[in-house]
Design a protein. Sequence first.
Length: 257
Amino acid sequence: MAQQLLIELQDVSFQYEFTQVLTDISLTVREGDFLALLGPNGSGKSTLLKIILGLLKPTKGTVKLFGEPSSTFKHREWIGYVSQKSNSFNAGFPATVKEVVTSGLTKKIGLFKRHLPNQQELVINSLKAVGMEQFANRNIGELSGGQQQRVFIARALVAEPKLLILDEPTVGIDHENVQSFYDMLTNLNEQHHMTMILVTHDVDTVASSISHVACLNQTIHFHGYKDDYDSLSEDQLNAWYGHAVRKIHHDNKVKQK
Ligand code: ADP
């Protein structure tokens, strides 16, 4: 069976009042894809996400979500989003991990219904998927940045999205924990069949299970399989980004020129 197209952008352009930010973006994401969206600061990554999430309307072009025009798309809960600023609870914040994850259910059950019959199971399964079930009763503020970020991913998963968008999720995660964080994302994609868009400006830390890469800097300079991205020259990448970028392959060796 052909993989369903979950996201389809065609010739999308966007400008804030005076600033042209995106120009002629065409991009597709299919069921099962694990797409890394790469680009330096200010390249338009957040703006592109806001367009996908329906928070901004393109000034030109079309956006389809799950085959439907974005303007009439009714199932926003199918798209989970975890922002880079999620993990900022201090130690005194009065909520347990379980409570934080449960709060993700409002998207699924609406604000006024209070309980789903399988609520507890959904919460625990989401925590299991990110390797955090043993922390269910801990206070969110006592956890490390990486652990908090995992909890926020569980909070998105509890609504049972079909696509998960992560905006620079490793910001605030200690260097030594980044690899296990990416292993967890790999597991979500491969074992839980979660389609994912991982936004990062850090080309050095692309997860090993990425299937596709899109390089954004106002326009899409490259969109294709990860292997084809790996064979791009440093000079080519530098020309797109306007400054030196360094590529590290998933075996963590710096690519030698
Ligand atoms: P990235 O996420 O890649 O850092 P953004 O999408 O946040 O990029 O920003 C792209 C460009 O749009 C930047 O030049 C930024 O200054 C500009 N920009 C972002 N938000 C606004 C806004 N609300 N109004 C005007 N310009 C904005």
